[in-house]
Design a protein around this ligand. Sequence first.
Ligand code: NDP
Length: 497
Amino acid sequence: MIASNPQPFYTLAEGTPLPRNDTSVQVRNKNGGGLVLLQDTQLIETLAHFSRERIPERVVHAKAAGARGYFEVTHDISDITDADFLNGIGKRSELLTRISTVGAESGSADTVRDVHGWAIKIKTNEGNNDWVFNNQPVFFIRDPIKFPSVNRSHKRHPATHSTDADMFWDFHVNAPESAHLLMFLFGDRGTPASLRNINGYSGHTYKWTKKDGSFHYVKIHIHADAGIKTITDEESIRLAGESPDYLTLDLYNAIESGNFPSYTVSIQTIHPKDIASCPVNIFDMTKIWPHSLYPLRPVGKMVFDTNPRNYFAEIEQAAFSPSTMVPGIEASADPMLQARMFAYPDAQRYRLGVNYQQLPTNAAKSPIYIPTERDGAFTYGLNYGDDPNYLNTAIEPISFHDTSASQYKPTEESLHGPIVFTSEVTDEDFKQPRALWNDVLSKDEQDRFIHNISRNIAGVKRDWLREKVYELFRKVDKSLGDRIEEAVRALLEETKA
Ligand code: NDP
């Protein structure tokens, strides 16, 4: 990695020493003007590099803060998984994290009301393990075909190039399974006060496995040791204007001053034989598993103790994917997880190139040997020298059939059944948001929810669409829909007056 120049002078990128770097070579005329020359390589490279110093920004999760730190095992869970980094109390693995908003662009404000993505790359002895989580336990949708649409509806209108409340709500009234996450988004947790005070959730169901072929379904929860802290809607809007990088700087400054944020990692587990007795479809990302039936089991802790020295190299070029897993962790039949396992590496190949895993920030610390993936733009290192570049060779020293080095075998699970459409919405989709509204939120939290969401819905231009939004929330709870309608009507009256 290019860190700092150990030399007392500047050079061209090819190493040629420069007498000075602050002037172009010019043919001066007697009136003081000057013509620059094509032979001025330093000038040409300086200008050309500047025009090319952006890479495509992430289509979602573009604005982020990042840090380094470690994951430490605090509890024995050897009955659930053989993953090396999760076994052995006290064992530490280094990690890289990136915490983002979702919809807005790289230059946008941190405090806008949004879901926060929370990606964590744990560098283990068995390869990298990525957790690509959110700060809310559920997602808007359970069918991946809606993934681009939900994101576009939160981004910019194709004509006005501006966010658009009609577009946002038009999507959600037509995808009412999103009611659960909307309840979080417009609640207090939609505007965190600090990234040190958020929770993280896998949302997805994973399989944590043992070498004997046994496995459990697992959801992962991360709790901020300093507790949840949030700001009001008004405060989030004020900070978006006055201090757009508020959350990024808060995390950076806390780590810089030695105030290292820490988080507890826990799991909920379900044995495959118990799926039938589970009240929800465990592969549906719009649902939580009730704590009363599936209590949290602590696993470890995470501490962020190091700031990036260079944001672009370490955080912007970091590439996370839910498909990056170690032996002992496997994907489940969660359709959203399956789709993200394709979409995320595909996005990285587009953004960073086909060899993105070789970038220093992404490179595994365990040995890598995959000589059938070679060449391509920005091949770093020796590119496997003269090792065979094809499968099924008997040429020494590598036999591709020699699996003795890895004893890992994926678990067996037989999946069969009819082809179904997963978007059908029933009252099941409103039970959990109803529980959140009636059983979890305090009266003050309910009042703030109504305040926050009505301000947003008041931005909808079409009367009939606002009516549909009230109906959506009446399905969660009649009084909730009624209260939202009353609050929106009052706001619209105020605007008219
Ligand atoms: P519980 O009463 O056992 O759990 C409720 C959970 O809600 C708490 O443990 C806490 O989760 C979370 N919570 C507390 N205050 C708020 C808030 N102001 N805004 C959002 N979440 C809050 O009941 P259940 O497990 O049966 O869940 C009931 C409802 O609570 C669910 O339908 C869901 O909407 C919500 N919930 C459930 C979670 C789960 O994984 N079971 C997680 C988060 C929310 P935490 O400790 O993770 O902050």
